[in-house]
Design a protein around this ligand. Structure first.
Ligand SMILES: [Zn+2]
Length: 253
């Protein structure tokens, strides 16, 4: 990969913890927590699932390729998923992002790390929620049929908070299918956390609580990183306090 355009910024941002990935089982509340964390850090939140859906919806070249693969019933290649994500964070990767849903495997983590170049991933946060709790949450969840946003506990006939389309249970959200997905996820995560613990800082956060309480723990985890609040490049005039005292309204979604 080339380094043009990034060299200076990478040097400037060395040692900061602003390129954050968040791991967690389906149903762990990653999306909500990543939204809140990204707002507090004033960086972009990208979910791999959202990035893919958006690419398909907008009919971009990446989206067309993804759609063709999905229509053929095949798995979307890791490189293609990363391209879809990069469409949303590429410009801002030097100043930071909060990413969830990718990487889920060691191979994906290596791809992302390579693409990020010098410094790689600054911090990985593992949002830990017990299996029984996520099975219970997923059995009750309703998702937007268009943009995929989770709406826990939505009533029948509800519409999406984000795009206004219909909200419905997912066909594969039955307990048997959920447990099979979780088992696969856990197998990959064990190898992934082992790799991450050797290549970046990895912090586990207890996610078995209210969204507000978990958000507080996530923030504490980020703050505990030595230079988590050091702003980078264009924000260089400000000091860490710029981010430390930001009050954030948390969405309960
Ligand atoms: Zn929607």
């Amino acid at each position: 990969m080339g380094t043009s355009g990034f060299g200076f910024v990478r040097t400037a941002r060395r040692g900061t913890a602003r390129r954050i990935i968040v791991l967690g089982r389906q149903g762990s509340g990653k999306g909500t927590q990543c939204d809140a964390l990204a707002r507090r850090l004033a960086v972009r939140h990208v979910s791999a699932g959202d990035a893919l859906r958006r690419a398909v919806r907008t009919g971009s070249p990446i989206g067309s390729a993804v759609e063709a693969i999905m229509e053929a019933g095949e798995l979307v290649d890791d490189n293609l998923v990363l391209e879809a994500i990069w469409d949303h964070i590429g410009d801002e990767a030097p100043s930071g992002f909060v990413l969830d849903g990718f990487p889920r495997t060691v191979e994906q983590a290596k791809l992302l790390d390579d693409r990020l170049g010098t410094g790689g991933i600054d911090l990985a946060i593992r949002l830990a929620v017990p299996v029984e709790e996520v099975v219970s949450r997923l059995s009750r969840r309703r998702v937007c049929t268009v943009c995929g946003l989770d709406h826990p506990g939505a009533e029948p006939g509800a519409t999406c908070d984000r795009c206004g389309n219909q909200v419905a249970p997912r066909a594969d959200d039955n307990p048997t299918a959920i447990r099979a997905r979780l088992a696969l996820y856990d197998r990959n995560e064990t190898a992934l956390t082992s790799w991450l613990s050797r290549h970046t800082d990895l912090i586990s956060v207890d996610g078995d609580s209210t969204p507000e309480a978990v958000a507080g723990r996530m923030w504490a985890a980020v703050k505990s990183h030595p230079s988590a609040l050091v702003p980078v490049n264009s924000h260089a005039h400000a000091t860490g306090s710029r981010f430390a005292d930001v009050a954030v309204g948390l969405s309960a979604g």
